[in-house]
Ligand binder design. Sequence first.
Ligand code: SER
Length: 319
Amino acid sequence: MSEKILIIGACGQIGSELTFKLRRIYGEENVIASDISYSNENIVNSGIFEIVDAQDYASVMVCVEKYKIDTIYLMAAMLSATGEKYPMKAWDLNMTSLFHVLNLARAKFIKKVFWPSSIAVYGSTTPKEYTPQYTIMEPSTVYGITKQVGERWCEYYYNKYDVDVRSIRYPGIISWKTLPGGGTTDYAVEIYHEAIKNKSYECFLKADTELPMMFMDDAIKATVDIMKAKASSIKIRSSYNLAAISFTPKEVADSIKKHIPDFNIEYKPDYRQEIANSWPKSINDSYARQDWKWKHKFLLDDITKEMLFQLDKKYNQTK
Ligand code: SER
Protein backbone atom coordinates (compact mmCIF):
# COMPACT_ATOMS: atom_id res chain seq x y z
CA MET A 1 0.00 0.00 0.00
CA SER A 2 1.31 3.38 -0.93
CA GLU A 3 2.22 6.01 1.60
CA LYS A 4 -0.61 8.50 2.36
CA ILE A 5 0.57 12.07 2.40
CA LEU A 6 -0.92 15.30 3.74
CA ILE A 7 0.53 18.64 2.64
CA ILE A 8 -0.38 21.51 4.95
CA GLY A 9 0.06 24.89 3.26
CA ALA A 10 -0.39 23.36 -0.21
CA CYS A 11 -1.50 26.65 -1.78
CA GLY A 12 1.81 28.37 -1.10
CA GLN A 13 4.91 28.83 -3.24
CA ILE A 14 6.65 25.57 -2.31
CA GLY A 15 3.57 23.62 -1.14
CA SER A 16 1.86 23.92 -4.53
CA GLU A 17 4.77 22.54 -6.55
CA LEU A 18 5.46 19.88 -3.95
CA THR A 19 1.84 18.74 -4.25
CA PHE A 20 2.13 18.24 -8.02
CA LYS A 21 5.44 16.42 -7.67
CA LEU A 22 4.29 14.10 -4.88
CA ARG A 23 1.11 13.27 -6.80
CA ARG A 24 3.23 12.20 -9.76
CA ILE A 25 5.37 10.01 -7.51
CA TYR A 26 2.82 8.53 -5.11
CA GLY A 27 -0.43 8.76 -7.11
CA GLU A 28 -3.22 11.36 -7.06
CA GLU A 29 -5.33 9.49 -4.52
CA ASN A 30 -2.46 9.28 -2.02
CA VAL A 31 -1.60 12.97 -1.77
CA ILE A 32 -4.04 15.24 0.06
CA ALA A 33 -3.49 18.96 -0.40
CA SER A 34 -4.71 21.28 2.35
CA ASP A 35 -4.62 24.93 3.28
CA ILE A 36 -6.49 27.43 5.41
CA SER A 37 -8.40 28.80 2.40
CA TYR A 38 -9.09 28.11 -1.28
CA SER A 39 -6.35 30.50 -2.35
CA ASN A 40 -4.79 28.60 -5.24
CA GLU A 41 -7.19 27.41 -7.93
CA ASN A 42 -4.68 25.10 -9.56
CA ILE A 43 -4.27 23.18 -6.32
CA VAL A 44 -7.89 23.26 -5.21
CA ASN A 45 -9.11 21.94 -8.57
CA SER A 46 -6.38 19.43 -9.31
CA GLY A 47 -7.02 16.64 -6.81
CA ILE A 48 -8.11 15.98 -3.25
CA PHE A 49 -8.16 19.25 -1.31
CA GLU A 50 -9.23 19.90 2.28
CA ILE A 51 -9.49 23.04 4.37
CA VAL A 52 -7.15 22.52 7.34
CA ASP A 53 -6.24 25.12 9.96
CA ALA A 54 -2.68 24.24 10.95
CA GLN A 55 -3.12 26.03 14.28
CA ASP A 56 -6.08 23.87 15.26
CA TYR A 57 -5.07 20.37 16.41
CA ALA A 58 -8.57 18.96 15.84
CA SER A 59 -8.65 20.31 12.30
CA VAL A 60 -5.36 18.55 11.42
CA MET A 61 -6.36 15.40 13.29
CA VAL A 62 -9.72 15.06 11.47
CA CYS A 63 -7.92 15.13 8.14
CA VAL A 64 -5.24 12.67 9.32
CA GLU A 65 -7.90 10.20 10.44
CA LYS A 66 -10.13 10.66 7.40
CA TYR A 67 -7.35 9.73 4.97
CA LYS A 68 -5.24 7.51 7.26
CA ILE A 69 -2.25 9.79 6.73
CA ASP A 70 1.30 8.44 7.24
CA THR A 71 3.36 11.49 6.36
CA ILE A 72 2.84 15.24 6.80
CA TYR A 73 4.71 17.99 4.95
CA LEU A 74 4.13 21.12 7.02
CA MET A 75 4.61 23.95 4.53
CA ALA A 76 2.46 26.60 6.25
CA ALA A 77 4.43 29.46 7.78
CA MET A 78 4.64 33.22 8.01
CA LEU A 79 7.86 34.32 6.31
CA SER A 80 10.50 36.84 7.34
CA ALA A 81 9.19 40.16 6.04
CA THR A 82 5.54 39.65 7.05
CA GLY A 83 6.69 38.19 10.35
CA GLU A 84 8.33 41.51 11.25
CA LYS A 85 4.95 43.21 10.80
CA TYR A 86 3.06 40.66 12.89
CA PRO A 87 5.59 39.17 15.34
CA MET A 88 3.13 37.38 17.62
CA LYS A 89 1.08 35.99 14.74
CA ALA A 90 4.26 34.65 13.15
CA TRP A 91 5.32 33.06 16.43
CA ASP A 92 1.89 31.52 16.97
CA LEU A 93 1.44 30.14 13.47
CA ASN A 94 4.97 28.84 13.01
CA MET A 95 5.28 27.20 16.44
CA THR A 96 1.73 25.97 17.07
CA SER A 97 1.51 24.21 13.72
CA LEU A 98 4.86 22.51 14.29
CA PHE A 99 3.87 21.26 17.75
CA HIS A 100 0.59 19.86 16.43
CA VAL A 101 2.36 17.86 13.76
CA LEU A 102 5.18 16.69 16.05
CA ASN A 103 2.63 15.64 18.65
CA LEU A 104 0.65 13.66 16.07
CA ALA A 105 3.86 11.82 15.25
CA ARG A 106 4.73 11.33 18.90
CA ALA A 107 1.27 9.80 19.47
CA LYS A 108 1.91 7.53 16.42
CA PHE A 109 -1.01 8.83 14.36
CA ILE A 110 1.54 9.60 11.65
CA LYS A 111 4.96 8.09 10.93
CA LYS A 112 6.99 10.81 9.28
CA VAL A 113 7.24 14.60 9.20
CA PHE A 114 8.84 17.10 6.84
CA TRP A 115 9.30 20.58 8.22
CA PRO A 116 11.21 23.31 6.41
CA SER A 117 13.72 25.51 8.14
CA SER A 118 15.53 28.43 6.52
CA ILE A 119 18.75 30.39 6.14
CA ALA A 120 16.93 32.83 8.46
CA VAL A 121 18.13 30.75 11.44
CA TYR A 122 21.41 32.62 10.99
CA GLY A 123 22.06 36.15 12.17
CA SER A 124 24.61 38.93 11.94
CA THR A 125 27.12 37.15 14.24
CA THR A 126 27.23 34.09 11.95
CA PRO A 127 30.18 33.78 9.54
CA LYS A 128 28.73 35.02 6.23
CA GLU A 129 30.75 33.16 3.64
CA TYR A 130 30.19 29.45 3.16
CA THR A 131 28.32 29.31 6.48
CA PRO A 132 28.96 25.94 8.14
CA GLN A 133 26.28 23.60 9.47
CA TYR A 134 27.41 24.10 13.06
CA THR A 135 28.11 27.73 13.89
CA ILE A 136 26.79 30.74 15.79
CA MET A 137 23.03 31.14 15.37
CA GLU A 138 21.55 34.37 16.65
CA PRO A 139 18.60 35.11 14.35
CA SER A 140 17.25 38.65 14.49
CA THR A 141 13.86 38.14 12.81
CA VAL A 142 10.83 36.53 14.43
CA TYR A 143 10.70 34.15 11.48
CA GLY A 144 14.33 33.16 12.08
CA ILE A 145 13.67 32.70 15.79
CA THR A 146 10.72 30.37 15.08
CA LYS A 147 12.83 28.35 12.67
CA GLN A 148 15.75 28.03 15.04
CA VAL A 149 13.54 27.06 17.98
CA GLY A 150 11.61 24.72 15.71
CA GLU A 151 14.83 22.96 14.74
CA ARG A 152 15.65 22.40 18.42
CA TRP A 153 12.20 20.88 18.97
CA CYS A 154 12.50 18.63 15.92
CA GLU A 155 15.77 17.23 17.22
CA TYR A 156 14.26 16.88 20.70
CA TYR A 157 11.25 14.93 19.41
CA TYR A 158 13.59 12.68 17.41
CA ASN A 159 15.82 12.00 20.41
CA LYS A 160 13.16 11.66 23.10
CA TYR A 161 10.13 10.30 21.26
CA ASP A 162 11.65 8.64 18.21
CA VAL A 163 9.78 10.95 15.82
CA ASP A 164 11.07 10.59 12.25
CA VAL A 165 11.27 14.28 11.40
CA ARG A 166 13.40 15.59 8.55
CA SER A 167 14.24 19.16 7.66
CA ILE A 168 16.25 21.37 5.35
CA ARG A 169 17.21 25.03 5.63
CA TYR A 170 15.86 26.41 2.36
CA PRO A 171 17.60 29.40 0.80
CA GLY A 172 15.51 31.86 -1.25
CA ILE A 173 13.43 29.87 -3.72
CA ILE A 174 12.83 31.05 -7.29
CA SER A 175 9.79 29.79 -9.18
CA TRP A 176 7.20 30.89 -11.72
CA LYS A 177 4.03 28.92 -10.87
CA THR A 178 3.01 30.39 -7.50
CA LEU A 179 4.23 33.70 -6.11
CA PRO A 180 6.11 33.68 -2.81
CA GLY A 181 4.47 35.56 0.03
CA GLY A 182 6.14 37.89 2.46
CA GLY A 183 9.79 36.88 2.26
CA THR A 184 12.99 38.89 1.99
CA THR A 185 14.18 36.86 -0.99
CA ASP A 186 10.94 37.52 -2.93
CA TYR A 187 12.67 40.16 -5.05
CA ALA A 188 14.38 37.35 -6.96
CA VAL A 189 10.96 36.19 -8.20
CA GLU A 190 9.30 39.61 -8.63
CA ILE A 191 12.17 40.82 -10.79
CA TYR A 192 11.37 38.25 -13.50
CA HIS A 193 7.65 39.08 -13.48
CA GLU A 194 8.40 42.79 -13.83
CA ALA A 195 11.03 42.16 -16.51
CA ILE A 196 8.43 40.44 -18.67
CA LYS A 197 5.58 42.84 -17.86
CA ASN A 198 7.35 46.22 -17.76
CA LYS A 199 11.04 45.74 -18.60
CA SER A 200 11.86 47.46 -15.34
CA TYR A 201 12.00 46.69 -11.63
CA GLU A 202 12.37 48.66 -8.43
CA CYS A 203 14.34 46.43 -6.09
CA PHE A 204 13.84 46.60 -2.32
CA LEU A 205 17.40 45.39 -1.69
CA LYS A 206 20.70 47.06 -2.61
CA ALA A 207 22.52 46.07 -5.80
CA ASP A 208 25.28 44.15 -4.03
CA THR A 209 23.18 42.19 -1.48
CA GLU A 210 24.35 38.62 -1.93
CA LEU A 211 22.04 35.84 -0.69
CA PRO A 212 21.84 32.06 -1.08
CA MET A 213 19.20 31.08 -3.68
CA MET A 214 17.83 28.00 -5.42
CA PHE A 215 15.51 27.15 -8.30
CA MET A 216 12.24 25.48 -7.31
CA ASP A 217 13.00 22.24 -9.18
CA ASP A 218 16.14 21.81 -7.08
CA ALA A 219 14.26 22.63 -3.84
CA ILE A 220 11.57 20.06 -4.64
CA LYS A 221 14.18 17.46 -5.52
CA ALA A 222 15.92 18.04 -2.18
CA THR A 223 12.61 17.71 -0.33
CA VAL A 224 11.66 14.49 -2.08
CA ASP A 225 15.17 13.04 -1.69
CA ILE A 226 15.52 13.71 2.02
CA MET A 227 12.11 12.13 2.63
CA LYS A 228 12.92 9.09 0.49
CA ALA A 229 16.32 8.49 2.11
CA LYS A 230 16.79 5.64 4.58
CA ALA A 231 16.19 6.85 8.15
CA SER A 232 19.73 5.78 9.09
CA SER A 233 21.28 8.15 6.54
CA ILE A 234 19.52 11.18 8.03
CA LYS A 235 22.09 11.98 10.67
CA ILE A 236 21.05 15.56 11.36
CA ARG A 237 17.60 15.82 12.94
CA SER A 238 17.55 19.56 13.51
CA SER A 239 17.87 20.76 9.91
CA TYR A 240 20.36 20.41 7.05
CA ASN A 241 22.13 23.35 5.41
CA LEU A 242 21.17 23.28 1.74
CA ALA A 243 22.75 25.31 -1.04
CA ALA A 244 22.73 25.81 -4.77
CA ILE A 245 23.90 29.26 -5.86
CA SER A 246 24.35 32.76 -4.45
CA PHE A 247 23.79 36.02 -6.27
CA THR A 248 23.08 39.74 -5.90
CA PRO A 249 20.20 41.77 -7.43
CA LYS A 250 22.71 43.27 -9.86
CA GLU A 251 23.77 39.83 -11.02
CA VAL A 252 20.15 38.79 -11.68
CA ALA A 253 19.56 42.03 -13.55
CA ASP A 254 22.66 41.38 -15.70
CA SER A 255 21.48 37.86 -16.37
CA ILE A 256 18.05 39.21 -17.46
CA LYS A 257 19.72 41.81 -19.72
CA LYS A 258 21.24 38.98 -21.77
CA HIS A 259 17.65 38.33 -22.93
CA ILE A 260 16.05 41.78 -22.49
CA PRO A 261 18.85 44.29 -23.22
CA ASP A 262 16.75 47.35 -22.29
CA PHE A 263 15.71 45.96 -18.88
CA ASN A 264 16.12 48.64 -16.24
CA ILE A 265 16.59 48.17 -12.49
CA GLU A 266 16.50 50.73 -9.71
CA TYR A 267 17.35 50.18 -6.09
CA LYS A 268 15.22 51.49 -3.23
CA PRO A 269 16.15 49.46 -0.17
CA ASP A 270 13.48 49.25 2.55
CA TYR A 271 13.18 47.49 5.93
CA ARG A 272 13.97 44.18 4.26
CA GLN A 273 17.56 45.30 3.63
CA GLU A 274 18.36 44.92 7.31
CA ILE A 275 16.96 41.38 7.31
CA ALA A 276 19.01 40.48 4.23
CA ASN A 277 22.13 42.00 5.80
CA SER A 278 21.80 39.64 8.76
CA TRP A 279 21.73 36.49 6.59
CA PRO A 280 24.62 34.49 5.11
CA LYS A 281 25.92 35.18 1.61
CA SER A 282 26.64 31.53 0.90
CA ILE A 283 26.13 28.18 2.61
CA ASN A 284 28.26 25.10 3.17
CA ASP A 285 25.92 22.16 2.67
CA SER A 286 28.48 19.35 2.71
CA TYR A 287 26.47 17.24 5.19
CA ALA A 288 23.46 17.09 2.86
CA ARG A 289 25.75 16.22 -0.04
CA GLN A 290 27.41 13.50 2.00
CA ASP A 291 24.48 12.00 3.98
CA TRP A 292 21.73 11.85 1.35
CA LYS A 293 23.68 12.70 -1.82
CA TRP A 294 22.21 16.16 -2.42
CA LYS A 295 23.28 17.83 -5.68
CA HIS A 296 21.87 20.98 -7.25
CA LYS A 297 21.44 21.44 -10.96
CA PHE A 298 20.32 24.98 -11.84
CA LEU A 299 22.70 27.94 -12.13
CA LEU A 300 21.65 31.59 -12.42
CA ASP A 301 21.55 31.74 -16.23
CA ASP A 302 19.56 28.47 -16.38
CA ILE A 303 17.05 29.93 -13.93
CA THR A 304 16.77 33.20 -15.87
CA LYS A 305 16.16 31.38 -19.13
CA GLU A 306 13.43 29.18 -17.65
CA MET A 307 11.76 32.00 -15.66
CA LEU A 308 11.61 34.35 -18.65
CA PHE A 309 10.38 31.60 -20.96
CA GLN A 310 7.60 30.49 -18.61
CA LEU A 311 6.49 33.98 -17.59
CA ASP A 312 6.46 35.17 -21.19
CA LYS A 313 4.09 32.29 -21.96
CA LYS A 314 1.95 33.18 -18.96
CA TYR A 315 1.63 36.92 -19.59
CA ASN A 316 2.01 37.33 -23.32
CA GLN A 317 0.25 34.30 -24.68
CA THR A 318 -2.94 34.90 -22.74
CA LYS A 319 -3.40 38.45 -24.10
N1 SER B 1 12.57 32.99 1.60
C1 SER B 1 12.48 33.16 3.01
C2 SER B 1 12.25 34.58 3.37
O1 SER B 1 12.74 35.42 2.65
C3 SER B 1 13.71 32.67 3.69
O2 SER B 1 13.47 31.41 4.19
O3 SER B 1 11.65 34.86 4.36
